[in-house]
Design a protein. Structure first.
Length: 282
């Protein structure tokens, strides 16, 4: 019986250690709490003090104008830190053990911009840690005209250095990454970049190639990264009974002039190319 009790006691200790470790791991992986900034709107509630409760907008200087206390600097603080600050200030000669709660009603100080072929383009509030995939979901996903990748633009001047979406090629704007939307959706986490205040995500419109001549379904097709002549012909339903995969040429515009290039099946094509499949020799 003693041995059974000892084993049971040991199992309980092991379970307690496991649960404690799991709780620590869970706590360590929580997202950092939002830091308040200019233009954010706070709802502050002081228990049984209606005159001290209400909505307060953070000014451009990072302060709120608060009854009894005047200007209170809150920028850079989390809602919990602001609660502690107000409790301390109100308890210093105004109220006995004040109970204060602070919530961010409108997140306006930090934002990113979703542009291009997304369902709902425009600014998105940055309410905490936000990844590319989450931002794409908040914007309603991509449209049917979207290309296969998105472009992440970031200002070299750091967060909150501009008031609108960034433009590729502009001064102090760098192209941080080009990310495959397919890989992102497939869970390639190395592609799922964490965003910063002021980032712009641009989803370009899909570019097309044209497959013409002796194919079963001639027409335009959305180009894929690294698309080959063979892949383009496959998308067009393959060659007809009289078509030839050895008599293929690419028609490409170079310097404003039309150029014809004899093509092999493993040649990589470019946006705007026309793949022409000829008739086989009998």
């Amino acid at each position: 019986m003693t041995a059974v009790i000892q084993r049971t006691y040991a199992a309980l200790i092991a379970l307690s250690l496991f649960l404690a470790g799991s709780a620590t791991l869970f706590a360590s992986t929580q997202q950092p709490e939002y830091a308040v900034g200019p233009l954010d709107v706070l709802t502050i509630t002081v228990w049984e003090q209606a005159d001290l409760s209400g909505r307060f907008t953070v000014g451009a200087d990072g302060d709120i104008s608060y009854p009894l206390l005047g200007n209170v600097r809150v920028t850079g603080l989390t809602p919990r830190a602001i609660e502690a600050l107000l409790r301390s200030r109100l308890a210093d000669g105004y109220l006995k053990k004040p109970q204060v709660t602070v919530e961010v009603t409108q997140f306006l100080s930090q934002r990113i911009f979703m542009m291009g072929e997304v369902t709902t383009p425009g600014p998105l509030p940055l309410t905490g840690e936000l990844t590319l995939l989450e931002a794409l979901a908040r914007a309603g996903g991509v449209t049917e005209n979207a290309g296969g990748e998105l472009v992440l633009l970031r200002s070299a001047r750091g967060p909150d250095s501009q008031g609108g979406p960034l433009a590729a090629g502009a001064k102090d704007v760098s192209e941080l990454a080009r990310v495959s939307i397919r890989d992102l959706r497939a869970g390639t986490f190395s592609q799922n970049v964490t965003l910063q205040d002021g980032d712009t995500i641009f989803v370009p419109r899909a570019e097309a190639v044209y497959v013409l001549g002796q194919v079963n379904n001639p027409g335009s097709y959305t180009i894929e990264p690294g698309m080959t002549v063979l892949r383009a012909i496959s998308l067009a339903g393959g060659v007809t009974q009289i078509g030839s995969t050895t008599r293929v040429k690419i028609v490409r515009i170079l310097g404003g002039k039309k150029t014809e290039i004899k093509a092999k099946l493993d040649d990589v094509i470019k946006p705007g190319d026309s793949v022409m499949v000829g008739t086989r020799l009998f």
